[in-house]
Design a protein around this ligand. Structure first.
Ligand SMILES: *Cc1c(COP(=O)(O)O)cnc(C)c1O
Length: 368
C-alpha cells in the first residue's frame, strides 16, 4: 500500500520488511507437517489445554495486570525473584518495549549478522541505527561485537542459542561480552531456546542479571512449552529496567487464558524433560542423516537445525522436494542465507520423513 503523501510515518518505518512467519498451508496436500516455526514436537501440554478451556466462562473479567500468579510460578520454577520478572504478549513484545524505551533516533543497536530478525524490525521502528556485526562460523564474534560499539550505542542483542543458526556462546564468552560493554549499554540475552541447550557451559543470562549488570534475559512459552499461539513471554531484569517496562507496557498486556495456560504448562510433570530428551536424540539423528546425505549441518543447540545446501538454487529445489511430501520448513532468504533451510525437530516420524526425502533429493538430478 502506498501511504498518502500528506501522511507519512517516521522515515525509518518504511525501511522495515514486514515479518513473514513460517508457512503453514500447501494447496493440494492432505497431510501437512509444519516444521517452519520451531514450535515444540509434542503439541500443547495437556494441563495447559485444560486450564485454557476452563477460563472460557471468565472471559468478561480483565486479567491480573501485574501477572502476579504467573510471575510467582516462574520465580518458583526457575529460582528467580518474581519482582524482577515482567511478562509480555510473547517475548517479541518485551524486545520491542526495551528497544523503544532505551533506543530511538540518534542511537545504535548492535546485533550479530544472522541474529533474530525482530531486533532489526523493532530497532528500525524505534529509529535506531541497526548495526549487524559479521560472525565467525555463523556464531556471534564477541570481539567484533565489542568493536562495533560506539558512543551512541545503547542496546546490544544476542540470541543464545541463536535463531536461525543454532549457534551458542558459552557462559564465559557472554560474561566477557558484558564485561567489555559500558554500563550505559543494555545487553539483552534472548534465551528463547534455553531449555534445549545440552552443553554444560551455558547460562541463559540469570547470572549476569543477578550480578547487577545492565543485562536483561528474555524467555518464552512459545518453544519448549508449546504455547506459541497464546503469545506469552517474560524477562528477568534489574529493578530499574523492570520499572521502565512497567511504565510503558499495556496495563493488561498478557491475557488471562494465556496466563492460566502458562502456569499449568510450568506444572506439567515431566514435560520439559521429555521434550528436551526427544529433541537431543532427534536433533542428532536428523543431523547425522543429512550429513550422510551430503548436506552441511551447522551445530545447533536449539530445537531446529540449519541445513546448508551450498547454493540457493539447490536449497530451493530441496524445499520444493520437501513441500511435495507436505513437509514445510523455513526458507532463509530473509536472513541472507538463501543456500540454507531451517528445519524444526519434529516427532520421530516427521524427522524420518525429512531425512528420507532429503536423502532421495540429494541422489536426484534436482540436486545437481
Ligand atoms: C521464537 C523466538 C522468540 C519467541 O518469540 P515469542 O514472541 O515469545 O513467541 C524470541 N526470540 C527468538 C530468537 C526466537 O526464535
Amino acid at each position: 500500500m502506498t501511504p498518502m503523501p500528506s501522511l507519512l510515518p517516521r522515515p525509518t518505518i518504511l525501511s522495515i520488511e514486514p515479518y513473514v512467519g513460517g508457512e503453514s498451508k500447501l494447496p493440494g496436500v492432505n497431510r501437512i507437517v509444519k516444521l517452519s516455526s520451531n514450535e515444540g514436537a509434542f503439541g500443547v501440554p495437556p494441563a495447559a489445554k485444560a486450564a485454557y478451556a476452563e477460563l472460557a466462562g471468565e472471559l468478561h473479567r480483565y486479567p491480573d495486570g501485574s501477572a502476579a500468579p504467573l510471575r510467582a510460578a516462574l520465580g518458583a520454577r526457575f529460582k528467580l525473584d518474581p519482582a524482577k520478572i515482567v511478562c509480555g504478549n510473547g517475548s517479541d513484545e518485551i524486545i520491542a518495549h526495551l528497544i523503544l524505551a532505551f533506543g530511538g533516533e540518534g542511537t545504535e543497536l548492535v546485533m550479530s549478522a544472522h541474529g533474530f530478525v525482530m531486533y532489526d524490525i523493532a530497532g528500525r521502528y524505534a529509529g535506531c541505527q541497526v548495526i549487524k556485526v559479521p560472525e565467525k562460523n555463523l556464531t556471534a564474534d564477541v570481539d567484533a561485537m565489542l568493536a562495533a560499539v560506539g558512543p551512541r550505542t545503547r542496546l546490544m542483542f544476542l540470541a543464545n542459542p541463536n535463531n536461525p543458526t543454532g549457534s551458542l556462546l558459552p557462559a564465559a564468552e557472554v560474561a566477557r561480552l558484558r564485561a567489555g560493554l559500558r554500563e550505559d549499554v543494555l545487553l539483552v540475552l534472548d534465551s528463547a531456546y534455553a531449555e534445549y541447550v545440552t552443553r554444560p557451559d551455558y547460562d541463559p543470562g540469570t547470572a549476569l542479571v543477578e550480578a547487577g549488570t545492565n543485562t536483561v534475559m528474555t524467555r518464552t512459552f512459545s518453544k519448549v512449552f508449546g504455547l506459541g499461539g497464546v503469545r506469552l513471554g517474560w524477562c528477568y531484569a534489574p529493578a530499574h529496567v523492570v520499572d521502565v517496562l512497567n511504565r510503558v507496557r499495556g496495563p493488561f498486556n498478557v491475557n488471562a487464558p494465556a496466563m492460566a495456560a502458562g502456569i499449568a504448562a510450568l506444572a506439567e510433570p515431566g514435560w520439559v524433560e521429555k521434550s528436551v530428551a526427544h529433541n537431543a536424540e532427534w536433533r542428532a539423528k536428523l543431523s547425522s542423516a543429512l550429513t550422510a546425505a551430503g548436506i552441511t549441518v551447522h551445530p545447533s543447540e536449539g530445537n531446529f537445525i540449519l541445513a546448508d545446501f551450498a547454493t540457493a538454487a539447490r536449497a530451493k529445489a530441496a524445499d520444493a522436494a520437501l513441500k511435495a511430501r507436505g513437509l514445510i520448513v523455513r526458507a532463509m532468504g530473509a536472513y541472507s542465507l538463501p543456500q540454507c533451510l531451517r528445519i524444526t525437530v519434529g516427532t520421530a516420524e516427521e524427522c524420518t520423513m525429512v531425512a528420507d526425502t532429503l536423502a532421495a533429493f540429494m541422489q536426484s538430478a534436482d540436486a545437481a
